[in-house]
Design a protein around this ligand. Structure first.
Ligand SMILES: [Cu+2]
Length: 323
């Protein structure tokens, strides 16, 4: 019996047809472990949060048109809108937005079928909607009023139950960010095709790798700070209360030990995208490829040493000036 050999070209066509498969709309609305679908889910949800945060910014600006209170019923209402705006823009827009590009593009650049841990990838994304609900719910209870940086004593003594929900929601978002980043690190380190050494991978991969290392190292500090804040708020501890032997600056130190490196979580992937786009459209390899890769990693580590510049009006131990 003659076997029918499948011509190589036909096989390739079949593979191509599979590669350009258009998922149904419903696939974007439910649990999926496909990295491209998850990428689009991150992108769309982040963009929606961008619109929400942007609308809040419009409210803030309208209120500031005149010195008197016009739109808002009270100063507290303004403070809570301001807090929600910052929180939505930082934790629900700019950080997850880069996960959209990372998820969609990185496996393609590596020639990998998917991310290393597809299930974990989907789980990291699906933590975001409940976290957003918890954070935004606070707005309808007694809203958080301490800004996205949530300094005590504003966040401990002068803010309502919404502040507790804020901290719980931020906790969930941190967990999501850590899980997503572990996935990127393992994918980039383990799933490169044969012959693609670290020094040959595209610069976006370098940027996502550096970003993910920051997120894995820094986000636990946010978790620590949030845990102390929650304990102060609901369990009667005094970590941030000098009257009880605590230190109000403790929050600022731990928080910025996360949030300064987090600035690079927000910008490094953008630099990676820029390296790719410039290089493709000018049809030239990036100048100083190795230095760009190395400096991304440099930023990831040196970024941890400068948290104190956010606290220039508070007293600092001598060590930070003389090192
Ligand atoms: Cu900074």
């Amino acid at each position: 019996m003659a076997t029918i050999a499948v011509p190589v070209g036909a096989q390739a066509e079949q593979n191509d047809a599979e590669a350009v498969r258009r998922p149904a709309l419903s696939e974007y609305l439910r649990w999926s472990v496909d990295h491209k679908i998850i990428g689009v889910q991150y992108g769309i949800s982040s963009f929606l949060f961008f619109l929400v945060g942007g609308a809040m910014a419009m409210g803030i600006r309208l209120e500031l048109l005149t010195p008197a209170l016009d739109l808002m019923v009270s100063g507290s209402a303004y403070n809570s809108l301001f807090t929600m705006h910052g929180t939505v823009m930082i934790f629900l827009f700019i950080i997850p937005m880069w996960a959209a590009f990372g998820n969609f593009v990185v496996p393609l650049q590596l020639g990998a079928k998917d991310m290393a841990f597809p299930w974990l990838n989907a789980f990291a994304f699906w933590l975001i909607p409940p976290a957003a609900i918890v954070v935004l719910m606070g707005y309808f209870v007694t809203p958080a009023e301490a800004g996205w940086t949530s300094y005590p004593p504003l966040s401990t003594l002068f803010s309502g139950d919404g502040q507790t929900l804020w901290a719980l929601g931020a906790h969930l978002l941190g967990i999501s960010s850590i899980m997503g980043s572990i996935n990127f690190i393992v994918t980039i380190l383990n799933m490169r095709p044969e012959g693609m050494t670290l020094w040959r991978m595209p610069l976006l991969c370098w940027a996502v790798l550096a970003t993910s290392i920051i997120a894995v190292m820094a986000t636990p500090f946010l978790a620590g700070a949030l845990t102390l804040l929650l304990l102060d708020r609901v369990a009667g501890t005094t970590f941030f209360d000098a009257a009880g032997g605590g230190d109000v600056l403790l929050w600022q130190n731990i928080f910025w030990f996360y949030s300064h490196p987090a600035v690079y979580i927000m910008v490094l992937p953008g630099m990676g995208v820029l390296s790719e786009v410039l290089s493709i459209h000018s049809r030239k390899p990036v100048f100083g490829y190795r230095m760009v890769g190395l400096s991304s990693m440099g930023i990831a580590f040196v970024g941890f040493t400068v948290w104190a510049h956010h606290m220039f009006t508070s007293l600092q131990p001598e060590l930070t000036f003389h090192s």
